[in-house]
Ligand binder design. Structure first.
Ligand SMILES: Nc1ncnc2c1ncn2[C@@H]1O[C@H](COP(=O)(O)OP(=O)(O)O)[C@@H](O)[C@H]1O
Ligand SMILES: Cc1ncsc1CCOP(=O)(O)O
Ligand SMILES: [Mg+2]
Length: 269
């Protein structure tokens, strides 16, 4: 059932519930992502053995699948976990890292899309690649702006039935008909590796505890909290190294005050 995002209340619910988030993530993101989820108040569990992923997903409030450092065994585990999430109705979030870079990543992402992710969270180049089914971007970083791919994001959401979150200098979250812009953040967020991957975990924590199962509103709230934390952390940082520490501290101490001002509804279509 649709509702308006209420980031303060949604953040409080994440902290009260401390949802277990099962992450099949890349080798770079393991520790930063777990640290961000702990600072937020959620409970991360990383696990990618095919033999146990369905069991871990069954324990979790939500699953994340990130294709950042793929290999055949991990791809099998990702497919297995996504199938388990789809079968049980557990929300799951796809992070299509560098999907435009290689045919291998495109194939893995295509198979995962068939398992109907609840949310797809990526940068503008990744969302363009998924929407166009062809390469865009350079490695894991975006070469596009969120505004440039806004229509493609809405189309991808309509095609897949997933909520699509595009991040960058501005963030957009859409289910096709509805969309919200999210303002804030800081360029230093793109100078620390895996903060996008970690955001995917934060989105999963909000979706796991969403009011009325509204994944669009929950994702918008997650992005608003992240943007606020990034912007405030940058006020105390003198570069990427100190920013990373301040970001965790700011997320940990974040209050709900004023977060809704970061959200702006886009015209419906
Ligand atoms: N130039 C920027 N200004 C403000 N926020 C940014 C900027 N670049 C990235 N962010 C923020 O950093 C987080 C990660 O986004 P992004 O860098 O797009 O992901 P990825 O690391 O997957 O490419 C998001 O919260 C996004 O809003
Ligand atoms: C550098 C790198 N290489 C493969 S995955 C990865 C981390 C990407 O993290 P993010 O998408 O959050 O920038
Ligand atoms: Mg990324």
């Amino acid at each position: 059932m649709p509702s308006e995002p209420n980031p303060g209340a949604d953040l409080a619910r994440v902290r009260d519930t401390a949802p277990l988030i099962h992450n099949i993530t890349n080798l770079v993101a393991m520790t930063p992502m777990a640290n961000v989820l702990l600072a937020l108040g959620a409970s991360p569990a990383m696990g990618h053995a095919r033999e146990e992923v369905a069991d871990l997903t069954a324990l979790a409030g939500a699953l994340t699948v990130n294709i950042g450092t793929p290999s055949p065994h991990w791809a099998e585990a990702m497919a297995e976990a996504a199938a388990a999430a789809e079968a049980s109705g557990t929300p799951w979030v796809l992070d299509p890292v560098a999907v435009g870079a290689t045919p291998y990543r495109r194939r893995i992402a295509g198979e995962l899309l068939a398992r109907r992710p609840t949310v797809i969270r990526g940068n503008a180049s990744e969302i363009r690649s998924l929407a166009a089914e062809q390469g865009s971007g350079r490695g894991v970083d975006s070469t596009e702006s969120t505004r440039a791919v806004a229509e493609e994001a809405r189309r991808l959401a309509e095609q897949t039935g997933s909520v699509v979150a595009v991040t960058g200098e501005a963030d957009l979250v859409t289910d096709g008909p509805r969309a919200f812009w999210v303002h804030g953040g800081h360029p230093l967020m793109a100078r620390v590796t895996a903060l996008g991957c970690a955001l995917t975990g934060v989105v999963a924590a909000f979706v796991a505890t969403a009011e009325d199962d509204d994944a669009l509103a929950a994702t918008a709230s997650a992005l608003a909290c992240y943007a606020a934390a990034g912007e405030r952390a940058a006020e105390h940082a003198c570069g990427p190294g100190s920013f990373a520490g301040h970001f965790l501290d700011t997320l940990y101490g974040l209050t709900g005050e004023g977060l809704e001002a970061r959200l702006q509804a886009a015209a419906p279509r």
